[in-house]
Design a protein around this ligand. Structure first.
Ligand code: PMP
Length: 229
């Protein structure tokens, strides 16, 4: 395993325990980036010559691969962003105001990362909506009963991590989505800590939006994904 990461040749003495924050980069990734810029570089979707068509095809193939990785119904449900934070801010700022109005409710858990907390807190403030933060238990895990009980007919968005970065607990998204959908709310799932560890199926879990980052799963920094059903 270590041999696949040049980082450990530079730091043979190190055991790296911060992969949940950001992963080290395997040679295969570094080669792919280098190879693209050396051999293939052209303007994706904006050039009318063979090289541009080839890079566009390669780019769209990745969208298809990501759709498969998440169990999405179509590659059209996948867009590329700068990371989880960017994906979640995009949903909160572009889609949020369409469904959250005065008197609406947004529900998040007390174990959300700031990137799945502050955009919703600010949206609620702007729209004069109620912002409900559900409690965590003394061990840091999310209180699922309290979360389910917080969802009301006024709820428009339920924003939760699939795996939290607080205690590492996995939330029962399908159960949460069933309750949310019953009142007409959408479920926004922060998958930043989940995609590296779980077989994700956005359709089975009933996620309406799902976000993750490249840099936590051995990809480059500055690329992320947003799935929208
Ligand atoms: N959500 C969770 C659960 C995370 O652990 C992180 C990264 N620590 C993020 C969101 C934010 O990811 P990024 O900085 O790549 O946007």
């Amino acid at each position: 395993m270590r041999e696949q990461f040049p980082f450990f040749k530079a730091h043979p003495e190190l055991v790296y325990l911060d992969t949940a924050a950001t992963s080290q980069k395997p040679q295969v990734l570094l080669d792919a980036i280098q190879n693209y810029y050396v051999n293939d570089n052209a303007n994706v979707h904006r050039g009318l010559y063979k090289l541009a068509y080839d890079t566009t095809e390669a780019y769209e193939n990745v969208r298809q691969q990501v759709a498969g990785f998440l169990g999405a119904a179509s590659a059209d449900e996948i867009i590329f962003t700068r990371g989880t934070t960017d994906s979640l801010n995009l949903v909160a700022s572009a889609y949020g105001p369409q469904v959250v109005t005065a008197g609406s409710q947004i529900v998040v858990t007390g174990a959300e990362h700031h990137s799945n907390f502050i955009p919703w807190q600010q949206l609620a403030k702007r729209q004069q909506a109620t912002f409900t933060v559900t409690p965590v238990k003394p061990d840091g895990t999310v209180d699922i009963a309290a979360l389910l009980a917080a969802i009301t007919p006024q709820t428009k968005v339920v924003a939760v991590a699939q795996v939290t970065n607080v205690a590492g607990d996995t939330l029962p998204i399908a159960k949460i989505a069933a309750k949310a959908h019953a009142v007409g709310a959408v479920v926004v799932v922060d998958g930043a800590q989940a995609v590296a560890h779980l077989a994700v199926d956005v359709q089975a879990m009933g996620a309406d939006f799902y976000a993750f980052s490249g840099h936590k799963i051995y990809g480059p920094t500055g690329i992320g994904v947003l799935y929208g059903r």
